[in-house]
Design a protein around this ligand. Structure first.
Ligand SMILES: *Cc1c(COP(=O)(O)O)cnc(C)c1O
Length: 428
């Protein structure tokens, strides 16, 4: 089987692999493993592709939950994107990066009063409201602080994304958002309040959506609601169509839809929707996370041991479901290559296993027959939902994150110290 390289992986002159122009061995030696490397140029390239496809009229907001640290927030700010946050931790990270608050949007289906207050005090540009009770709490907090909250209503359009059920976020069985009739009542409530202002409507139907038409389908019900709201003199100036654009994880899968294809569908659905509803064309907003960050990241692991059992070969690595829970959580696949480059050895199916006290087999991939302890493996396409989902399971310390770009590397997040896994323990 010929070796397939993931985005951003290149070969150094003498054979071994590099990411962001830096040799993988060099990164592993400088920072240790497990390690997450992030190629800034790849991320910037994805942002540019979406911006070109959607044009300057579309507001592109990066979904922080895919991956955020202070340095990343600075990068997102410098690129002129908006930023979706959904926790105090993400908000504090953005604030530490001096992210322009008017370009922040606060999301989440269970925001506490402390979060609503922090968002208002911080001057967050948009608060995306998930339910009526939250709206009532926001109104009283805004009244108390004497601030005006700018609100976007999250609508559960009933459109189901054809994607894995764990990453589906609309449809009858989804907890997210308000049914259209509830959103209508919420909009009237906002319009009647001196402490709130409505900016628009929001829908996000899930993640890893391979077919742009599902995204286009989801704006239709938003326009039906906009038409009803226009009947009671409430204007919808902004319409956010969510994120969820797919990424290719398996080299043998078809390429994910190009930003142009998504933009064409979505922009056409916007024009048609506005025309049918008889309302002015709202400003479109999109919220990609995975599609911007996933391919820009790569994880490095050292092989601890290789075992041949009756039916399969296992390679145990020095990482685990603690630093990448995706395979254990929803059977995700990441392509894996050995960092030393081309090998004349025959490839054999090898199951990559973490070292946690769980059966955390990650995925089965072809790797050279002569694989052994000490080899370095690159687990590809881990820029999104990997470091951000890491835990301290088994009291493992979290890995470092390093920026690799143009042949140079800079530490973004240092490795957690083993002693720091004790930092919340109270000495009683
Ligand atoms: C997670 C999320 C996104 C980003 O999803 P991706 O699949 O990473 O693009 C966008 N909007 C909302 C509301 C989300 O919850």
């Amino acid at each position: 089987m010929s070796e397939v390289l993931a985005p951003g992986l290149t070969r150094l002159a003498d054979g071994p692999l590099a990411f962001g122009g830096v040799g993988l061995e060099e990164l592993a030696e400088a920072y240790g493993t497990p390690l997450v490397a992030f190629d800034g140029a790849l991320f910037d390239g994805r942002v540019a592709a979406f911006r070109t496809a959607f044009g300057p009229q579309t507001d592109i907001s990066y979904a922080a939950k895919a991956f955020l640290c202070v340095a990343m927030a600075r990068r997102v700010a410098a690129l002129g994107l908006s930023l979706d946050v959904c926790s105090l931790g993400e908000l504090r990270t953005a604030q530490a990066a001096d992210f322009p608050p008017e370009r922040l949007r606060y999301h989440g289906c269970g925001k506490g009063d402390d979060e609503l207050e922090a968002a208002l005090r911080g001057g967050v540009g948009r608060i995306i409201i998930d339910n009526l009770e939250e709206l009532e709490r926001l109104e009283s907090i805004a009244a108390h602080l004497e601030r005006t909250a700018t609100v976007i209503l999250r609508v559960n359009t009933g459109i189901e994304a054809h994607t894995h059920e764990m990453i589906r976020t609309a449809g009858e069985n989804s907890k997210f958002g308000m049914l259209p009739e509830v959103a209508f009542a919420a909009a009237r409530r906002v319009a009647a309040s001196p402490h709130m202002r409505i900016a628009g409507l929001h829908s996000h139907i899930g993640s890893q959506i391979y077919e742009p038409r599902f995204l286009a389908d989801a704006v239709e019900p938003l326009f039906e609601l906009a038409a009803s709201l226009s009947g009671v003199e409430i204007a919808v100036a902004e319409m956010i169509a969510g994120g969820g654009f797919a990424v290719r994880y398996r080299p043998e899968d078809p390429p994910a839809p190009a930003p142009e294809a998504i933009a064409q569908r979505l922009l056409a659905a916007m024009r048609l929707g506005a025309e049918r509803a008889g309302v002015p064309l709202p400003r479109l907003g999109i919220e990609p996370g995975r599609a911007l960050a996933a391919e820009a990241g790569l994880s490095l692991y050292r092989v601890m041991s290789v075992k041949d059992h009756a039916t399969c070969r296992f390679a145990i690595v020095d990482g685990s479901m603690a630093d990448n829970p995706r395979p254990a959580l929803y059977g995700s696949y990441h392509h894996v290559v050995r960092a030393d480059g081309p090998s004349t050895a025959v490839a054999r199916a090898t199951t990559i296993c973490g070292r946690s006290c769980e059966a955390d087999e990650m995925m089965t991939v072809p790797l050279p027959e002569d694989l052994h302890g000490g080899d370095l493996l690159a687990v590809c396409t881990t820029g999104a939902y990997t470091y951000s989902m890491a835990s301290n399971y088994n009291r493992f310390a979290k890995p470092a994150v390093v920026l690799a770009a143009d042949g140079a590397h800079t530490l973004w997040v240092r490795r957690e110290r083993d002693s720091e896994t004790l930092r919340f323990d109270v000495d009683t």
